[in-house]
Design a protein around this ligand. Structure first.
Ligand code: ATP
Length: 272
């Protein structure tokens, strides 16, 4: 939310068990978790630990969740901010926010800094942005200064998420900055089943659900959409004064979420 502009080194309880599917991405991020846990093991032969990694994938696929899980697994504080928070800010405010964030992070290292929607800050020059160019550039420059300013042995890992890696300023992708890319894709059938299982843990059901069928009925859904289905189903059942959620409620919830997604797509691409 806007009121809390960034997580200031929050302790997180989220682990990889909360992140369903994304098996390949998990293997890659586990390596980063191990850098945080055992830095000396990796630097002993003269290697440099990467400072940053870019999580690339469509909205709602679990990029934020995975970043938090990394902090949870490594048992380090989690700092975050979102590029969209900087939209319409006065010139200089973004840069000082970034400076502030890294200062706090340095004090609490080892830690993870997560920058959501980095494309809002890190767009290449001239690729129209929501932010004024001056403000965007001063914020971006400050981020580059900060990333270059800490050593690879500082214990700070900066993760950034985007669904538009193509518009990013190449300065961000240089070695010593976000030089690793981890792709986070929409889940396949098995992935959707796994995500349903994670979110059903919090739901009181009245019968055995056909999770495979639900996964089959939700092609193209991101994890966030599936979480939404589970929540809607619980509300639909409760509205009907049921004691538990059943398959019919889930079916209604799937229809409702599909309706919502269709509306959203119409707004995004009116020509279709
Ligand atoms: P955005 O790009 O819109 O910020 P995101 O990729 O960061 O999206 P998250 O915010 O991590 O997505 O996902 C939103 C919610 O969707 C999560 O808090 C979680 O409840 C659910 N979710 C998404 N992906 C998964 C997953 N792989 N496993 C379990 N839950 C998931």
């Amino acid at each position: 939310s806007k009121a809390m502009l960034f997580d200031k080194g929050t302790k997180v309880n989220i682990t990889f068990a909360d992140v369903a599917g994304l098996d390949e991405a998990k293997v890659e991020v586990m390596e980063i978790v191990d850098f945080l846990r055992n830095p000396k093991k990796y630097t002993s032969l003269g290697g440099k630990i990467p400072k940053g990694a870019l999580l690339v994938g469509p909205p709602g696929t679990g990029k934020t969740l995975l970043a938090k899980a990394m902090a949870g697994e490594a048992q380090v504080p989690f700092f975050s901010l979102s590029g969209s928070d900087f939209v319409e800010m006065f010139v200089g405010v973004g840069a000082s926010r970034v400076r502030d964030l890294f200062k706090q992070a340095r004090e609490k290292a080892p830690c993870i800094i997560f920058i959501d929607e980095i494309d809002a800050i890190g767009r290449a020059r001239g690729k129209n942005a929501l932010m004024s160019n001056d403000e965007r550039e001063s914020t971006l420059n400050q981020m580059l200064v900060e990333m270059d300013g800490f050593g690879s042995d500082s214990g700070i890992i900066v993760l950034a998420a985007t669904n538009r890696p193509d518009v990013l300023d190449s300065a961000l992708l240089r070695p010593g900055r976000f030089d690793r890319q981890i792709s986070i894709d929409k889940p396949d059938l098995a992935g959707r089943e796994a995500i349903f299982k994670v979110h059903l843990k919090d739901i009181k059901t009245s019968q055995n659900l056909d999770i495979h069928k639900l996964a089959e009925q939700t092609p193209g859904f991101a994890g966030a959409d599936i979480a939404n289905v589970c929540n809607e189903a619980a509300l639909i059942a409760a509205r009907k004064n049921k004691n538990g959620v059943d398959m019919e409620d889930f079916q209604d919830a799937v229809d409702r979420v599909i309706g919502g997604l269709e509306k959203k797509n119409k707004i995004i691409s009116p020509e279709e």
